[in-house]
Write a protein that binds this ligand. Structure first.
Ligand SMILES: [Zn+2]
Length: 97
């Protein structure tokens, strides 16, 4: 469940501090591939259809563990289309600590 008031307060604070803008969200798939599940797809559709949120699109990032690192994928969600988008990171940015 999304607490819209809390999310908006956090987004406003981040924007005030360094002009960060909320473009999406991330979650993990601890035991499956980092691709949107049926539940993820349903959630994305709900978010895009929520008039209070007024999203026209957003980015969803999914991480899943590998032996020595996290595998990360990113997805652009717009209308009823989810498209994988490239992720550019340095290996040490996604490694275990
Ligand atoms: Zn998921």
């Amino acid at each position: 469940m999304r607490d819209l008031e809390h999310a908006q307060t956090t987004a406003d604070r981040a924007y005030t501090q360094d002009r960060s803008v909320w473009i999406g969200e991330w979650h993990t798939h601890p035991s499956s591939r980092p691709v949107p599940s049926a539940q993820d797809t349903a959630t994305y559709r709900q978010l895009l259809d929520d008039p209070e949120l007024a999203f026209h699109s957003f980015i969803a990032v999914i991480l899943s563990p590998r032996t020595s690192h996290w595998h990360m994928t990113a997805w652009a969600c717009r209308n009823d289309v989810i498209t994988r988008v490239p992720v550019h990171t340095l290996p040490e940015q996604v490694g275990y600590q």
